[in-house]
Design a protein around this ligand. Structure first.
Ligand SMILES: C[S@@+](CC[C@H](N)C(=O)[O-])C[C@H]1O[C@@H](n2cnc3c(N)ncnc32)[C@H](O)[C@@H]1O
Length: 356
C-alpha cells in the first residue's frame, strides 16, 4: 500500500507535478475567464477530487487546493463566480484542509464570488454538480482505479488532468487486479520492450490516445530519483485545451515540453555534457521534423499542420521554425486572401503546403 503523502516531505517529482498543475490553473483561467458574460460562462468550476489536507508532512509545501486558491486570489475574476469542489475520502484530511483555509485565507469570507464545497466521499461515486460552465477536473490519484471516471466526466467544456502511476501499470500489467481497469487489447508488456524507464509514461499516453480516441491529449512525465516514471495526462474535449496544456508544459520544461527529466538522454540539452548545444534542435525536435516532412508528402492545410504539431507535442512556434527551414522545398497554395507565411494560428484555411 502506498504511504500517505501528507505525512511526508514531498520529493521533487511531486513538486513538479504540482507546479505544472498550478501553472495550468493560471493558464486555464486566462482562457476561460475571457469568454463573454452569459449564463453559460458566468461561473467557472474546478474539481479537485483527491485533494488531500493542504500541505505536505513538513508544512513547507502547498498542495493542490491551496495552489488553486493562490492562483485565483492573484487575478481579476472579471465578474465571474468561481466554484471550487474539494473532495477526499479521508474525512480527517478534509477537516484539516477546511481549518487551514479558514485560518490562512480569511479574505475568502468577504469574497462572494468564490465558493467552496467540501465533501468526503469515494471519488468512484462522485458526480459533477453541473453540466454547465467550463470545468477543470484534477484527479490526483495514487493508482489506476479511477481512469474510468475521466471517461464519465468528459463532457463538452471539461478539461481533465489526471495523474497516472505509469510505472505501476508497466510492472503489474499482467495481474488480474490491474487487468480489470485496462483495455488489455490496447496495451501489453510488449509495448515496453526495448524502452527505457523514462519512456514509460509516453507509452501509457499512447494507450490513452487509443482509449480516448475522440479527445485531445497531452502528457507530462514525472521521473522519480529512483528512475520510476509516472506522469500527468491532460485530456480535453477541445483542441484549444490541448494547445493550452502544451504551452504550460513548454513553460515548465523549456527543452522538451514533456517532463522533469531528459527522457531521450539527449546530450545536446544536458548542461553537464561536453556535447551541450543549447541552440541546436533537440533529438526530439529532429525526430519530429522528419515526421513532419513525411506528413507533408501529401498536401496539408495550415489547420491540419497545426493539429499534427499539437498531437506530436509541439507548438506552432516550433513547427513554424521547421517550415521556415524547409521553405525552398515547399509548394504553397494560398487561399482566402493569404499571400505568404504558414498561418498556423488561423482557424480558417489560408494555405495548403506540400513538400516538393
Ligand atoms: C496523491 S494524494 C493527492 C494530493 C493532493 N493533490 C495534494 O496536492 O495534496 C491522493 C489523495 O486521495 C485520497 N484518496 C485515496 N483514494 C480515494 C478515493 N477513492 N476517493 C477520494 N479520495 C481518495 C487520499 O486520502 C489522498 O489524500
Amino acid at each position: 500500500m502506498a504511504k500517505d503523502m501528507h505525512t511526508q516531505e514531498w520529493d521533487s517529482a511531486t513538486l513538479t507535478k504540482l507546479d505544472v498543475f498550478e501553472q495550468y490553473v493560471h493558464d486555464w483561467f486566462n482562457i476561460t475567464s475571457s469568454y463573454g458574460q452569459n449564463e453559460k460562462f458566468n461561473a467557472l468550476e474546478i474539481y479537485d477530487l483527491f485533494c488531500g489536507s493542504g500541505y505536505d508532512g513538513t508544512g513547507k509545501y502547498k498542495g493542490s487546493p491551496l495552489r488553486i486558491l493562490d492562483a485565483i486570489l492573484k487575478r481579476n475574476l472579471k465578474g465571474k463566480t468561481i466554484k471550487l469542489y474539494f473532495n477526499d475520502n479521508n474525512e480527517e484530511k478534509i477537516k484539516t484542509l477546511k481549518e487551514i483555509i479558514n485560518n490562512e485565507y480569511k479574505i475568502l469570507s468577504d469574497r462572494k464570488d468564490i465558493k467552496i464545497k467540501y465533501t468526503s466521499v469515494d471519488t468512484d461515486v462522485y458526480t459533477l454538480y453541473s453540466q454547465k460552465y467550463f470545468k477543470l477536473v484534477f484527479l490526483d490519484q495514487y493508482g489506476i482505479k479511477h481512469i474510468h471516471k475521466a471517461q464519465e466526466f468528459l463532457t463538452k467544456g471539461t478539461d481533465i488532468l489526471i495523474f497516472i502511476a505509469s510505472s505501476y501499470i508497466k510492472r503489474f500489467l499482467e495481474e488480474k487486479t490491474f487487468k480489470k481497469y485496462l483495455d488489455v487489447n490496447s496495451i501489453s508488456k510488449r509495448d515496453f520492450e526495448n524502452k527505457s524507464n523514462y519512456e514509460t509514461h509516453r507509452i501509457i499516453t499512447q494507450y490513452f490516445k487509443t482509449i480516448f480516441k475522440n479527445h485531445f491529449i497531452a502528457p507530462f512525465s514525472l521521473t522519480k530519483d529512483n528512475g520510476n516514471t509516472n506522469g500527468l495526462i491532460f485530456i480535453s474535449t477541445h483542441r484549444k485545451g490541448q494547445e493550452q496544456f502544451l504551452k504550460t508544459a513548454w513553460k515548465i520544461d523549456e527543452n522538451f515540453g514533456e517532463g522533469n527529466k531528459n527522457i531521450d538522454r539527449d546530450f545536446t540539452k544536458d548542461e553537464t555534457s561536453l556535447f551541450y548545444e543549447p541552440n541546436e534542435p533537440s533529438e526530439k525536435e529532429r525526430r519530429y521534423a522528419e515526421l513532419l516532412k513525411e506528413f507533408l508528402k501529401e498536401q496539408r492545410s495550415n489547420i491540419e499542420i497545426k493539429y499534427f504539431s499539437l498531437d506530436n507535442g509541439f507548438l506552432s512556434r516550433h513547427t513554424n521554425k521547421i517550415l521556415n527551414s524547409l521553405k525552398n522545398h515547399l509548394e504553397c497554395e494560398y487561399c482566402n486572401n493569404a499571400k505568404r507565411g504558414f498561418h498556423l494560428d488561423r482557424d480558417e484555411v489560408k494555405v495548403k503546403v506540400r513538400l516538393k
